[in-house]
Design a protein around this ligand. Structure first.
Ligand code: NCC
Length: 276
């Protein structure tokens, strides 16, 4: 399979991947008693467009990066899961426009998802590793973690906060792009939140800066900037096809290798800016 150039790869993703979220009128949800808790419109019609955006990976290499000011200077900032800003402002900033969370975070007791103020800024976007078919009824009856019960509980407690659930089609459309651009077969597990969030922001922003997804010279086995836990698999991947995701992002990068080395920074165009 010939390797696509950066611009071709960007266009291929733009044409084959669409951010879709669950809405209250979508079957089979529309016939459930709690359907009205789902948003009436798509995330992409409610949020943005933004000019300049930041995607902040949770990597340990953000520790002592001093990137906080730069991150906060963007119009919108996306963060992941339980990644905090309090006490880490110097390195990761304090602005949160969107928080992308996996269903494991919503369900586990340690993250106190329903009560912690960590989740209260910006819009929430949740996702769950759905079956590859992306069949909604099949998924609804057997989610990886109880995403829907936790969603309903959270919505009752925080009815004013925008909260979307990604359509599983989105994760598998991205997975397909990874697979189609790799010579060997990759594991049939969904991409990490990191790549989902990056492509989500490419759909909302003119330009997207991703921090420490491709590790800088600060590269470390420290898993997260906010936890004293060491595991190289956090950066290289195990369950998620993370190394392949990073390879793809490296090919799409429009910034310099020096930016990666010093700032862990990748620069990607928003899809609307591309002339495909
Ligand atoms: O670790 P996690 O991801 O929350 O990190 C968010 C995204 O940042 C990128 N990352 C993180 C650490 C690192 N050293 N290098 C990185 O590049 C990745 O792109 C990652 O997606 C997830 O993707 O949702 C994940 O969630 C955690 C965990 O569920 C949450 O942190 C809540 O505790 C997963 N860890 C485990 O299941 C143990 C992780 O595999 C993926």
């Amino acid at each position: 399979r010939p390797k696509l150039s950066g611009p071709k790869l960007l266009c291929q993703i733009k044409e084959n991947v669409e951010v879709q979220t669950l809405t209250s009128d979508l079957q089979p949800f529309s016939s459930l008693p709690w359907a009205s808790q789902l948003p009436m419109s798509q995330l992409t019609s409610d949020l943005g467009p933004y000019r300049s955006c930041a995607v902040v990976s949770s990597a340990g290499s953000l520790r002592y990066s001093g990137l906080g000011k730069e991150i906060d200077s963007h119009d919108a900032v996306l963060r992941f899961n339980a990644a905090p800003t309090t006490d880490f402002e110097k390195d990761v900033g304090s602005k949160t426009t969107i928080r992308l969370i996996n269903s494991q975070v919503m369900a586990s007791d340690d993250h106190r998802f329903l009560s912690s103020s960590l989740y209260s800024s910006g819009a929430l976007v949740a996702w769950d590793p759905a079956p590859f078919s992306a069949d909604l009824s099949q998924w609804y009856n057997r989610t990886d973690y109880p995403i829907f019960t936790q969603y309903q509980r959270y919505r009752r407690l925080h009815p004013m906060q925008p909260f979307y659930i990604l359509h599983p089609r989105f994760e598998w459309q991205i997975w397909q792009r990874i697979q189609d651009n790799m010579a060997e077969p990759i594991q049939r597990n969904p991409p990490s939140s990191g790549l989902l969030g990056t492509i989500l922001m490419m759909s909302l922003c003119e330009v997207v800066h991703v921090y420490e997804f491709l590790p800088s010279r600060r590269k470390t086995e420290l898993c997260h900037y906010y936890q004293r836990f060491y595991d190289a698999a956090c950066t290289l991947g195990a369950y998620h096809p993370l190394l392949y995701e990073k390879n793809l992002v490296k090919r799409m990068n429009q910034g310099s290798d020096h930016d990666i080395y010093t700032h862990g920074r990748v620069t990607l165009p928003g899809f609307r800016q591309l002339n495909c």
